[in-house]
Design a protein around this ligand. Structure first.
Ligand code: TMP
Ligand code: ASP
Length: 238
């Protein structure tokens, strides 16, 4: 497959056209941002870690019946995925209070919920990804009722699979963000990435943060946290 012109550059990834019209190549960068791009930096090695971890988890999810955009890993940073139209929503599942949830509702971080929660944000940096509800999504025609039902069902399924998987690695899956895409035939698939950029991972014994919160909160040890997650997932091969 041939990598053709760059179609798009996001904050953490670039997307390239290919000689197959229904496929694109995503290329993961080491660039990191927080606060909708207000804070910028580099996390050395992040691109390769996020690429490999995302691809591994997407294949795990496929085996459990969750359709994804994944096609083929080309190398450390580059992966072929199905070309999809991204539904402009950030779909966030939470198992434990943290981040914007704790701030918005004035509660501490670390409260374990009886049931996972789901929320949508509008994917729009200029508006700071505002929280959006189901009625507003329908009013703005961002997705249909059937698509929203399917997205919610898939997001909870992803949570069940990943929560159990990470617990085996002694990691609590606190919360995470997913994005979904529409394929040519109109079906919904899981897209984007699943990585320490988009998930909160806490060590199950110590609650040590093993994710991008170390960058967002200037805690130091960012690269080591990403490497630790890579080792837990891939063991010695990492
Ligand atoms: P939040 O608590 O800041 O709303 O974040 C919830 C989850 O979503 C957390 O695992 C980090 C992830 N996330 C992203 O992937 N991208 C973003 O832009 C933000 C704000 C959060
Ligand atoms: N995506 C966020 C940003 O726009 C970063 C984050 O908090 O993950 O900078």
């Amino acid at each position: 497959m041939e990598k053709l012109e760059q179609m798009y550059e996001g904050k953490a990834k670039k997307v390239f056209a290919t000689d197959e019209k229904d496929k694109v190549i995503v290329s993961y960068k080491d660039d990191a941002t927080a606060g909708d791009g207000a804070k910028r930096g580099t996390i050395v090695g992040k691109g390769a870690i996020n690429n490999r971890m995302t691809n591994f988890l997407m294949q795990l999810l496929e085996k459990q019946g969750v359709p994804t955009h994944f096609v083929e890993e080309l190398d450390d940073r580059n992966t072929v995925v199905k070309k999809v139209e991204i539904v402009p929503l950030e779909v966030i599942i939470r198992n434990i209070s943290a981040g914007s949830f704790a701030k918005r509702y004035g509660v501490e971080e670390g409260i374990v919920f009886d049931e996972p929660t789901l929320e949508f944000s509008l994917k729009n940096d200029d508006l700071h990804d505002p929280l959006i509800n189901r009625y507003h999504v329908l009013a703005l025609k961002l997705a249909t009722k059937d698509e929203l039902d399917r997205i919610s069902e898939m997001a909870f399924k992803v949570n069940e699979v990943l929560k159990a998987y990470f617990l085996k690695l002694n990691v609590k899956l606190v919360d995470f963000k997913l994005e979904f895409g529409r394929t040519e035939d109109g079906s919904i698939v899981l897209a984007d990435e699943i990585s320490p950029d988009t998930c909160r991972f806490w060590d199950a014994d110590t609650n040590e943060k093993l994710d991008k919160d170390r960058f967002r909160r200037d805690m130091g040890g960012v690269e080591d946290a990403y490497k630790e997650m890579m080792h837990r997932v891939f063991g010695e091969q990492a």
